[in-house]
Write a protein that binds this ligand. Structure first.
Ligand SMILES: [Fe+2]
Ligand SMILES: [Fe+2]
Length: 180
């Protein structure tokens, strides 16, 4: 792996591309805070309907975040750096399972279900940040601009694939869909 891709967390804030080239951290901070607040609210005895209404709205927004990650960010990072992101997608699947347990929970089980969901979320966000943030910081300004402003298809066209002629999974899918 390229050395820059294992940049430790405590070195991110002093990197010359910080904060311009970090994504996700602001959203993740809000996910962490919302998750904690929901546990506290349920623990203080708020009604199940009240807690689940906020939970549903929050998880709807997080669904958009995960869709963006799986359909643009992860394929790009696999293409550009050869990063393996299967474990990150599996983190989303684990969260979806924990989400179903929260929505089905009643009485005291609600707090326990929210705590279990929280633990999976914390682990996922930590692994995701440690995978993604160094890879974003390692991009040139031009690469980051292309990534931010373009569709995945255009990025794939204009950025060499880390997998070479074999192609990463996004390149192979693109070739299939355009009949190359
Ligand atoms: Fe994320
Ligand atoms: Fe994620």
């Amino acid at each position: 792996m390229v050395a820059a891709l294992s940049l430790p967390r405590d070195a991110w804030a002093t990197h010359p591309k910080f904060p311009e080239q970090v994504l996700l951290l602001g959203s993740h901070a809000s996910f962490r805070a919302t998750s904690r607040r929901l546990i506290e609210r349920a623990d203080r005895g708020a009604s199940r309907a009240n807690v689940l209404a906020t939970f549903s709205m929050w998880k709807y927004a997080m669904g958009g975040h995960e869709h963006y990650e799986e359909h643009k960010l992860y394929p790009f990072l696999e293409h550009r750096w050869g990063l393996q992101t299967l474990g990150l997608s599996e983190g989303h699947e684990a969260l979806a399972r924990a989400d179903q347990v929260v929505r089905a929970a009643e009485g005291e089980a609600l707090v326990a279900a929210l705590e279990a969901h929280h633990a999976i979320l914390m682990e996922h966000l930590d692994i995701e940040e440690c995978t993604v943030i160094p890879a974003l910081l390692a991009l040139s300004e031009e690469e980051f601009r292309l990534y931010s402003e373009s569709s995945l298809w255009r990025i794939l066209e204009e950025t060499p694939c880390a997998a070479g002629d074999v192609g990463c999974s996004a390149c192979r899918q693109r070739h299939l869909s355009v009949g190359l």
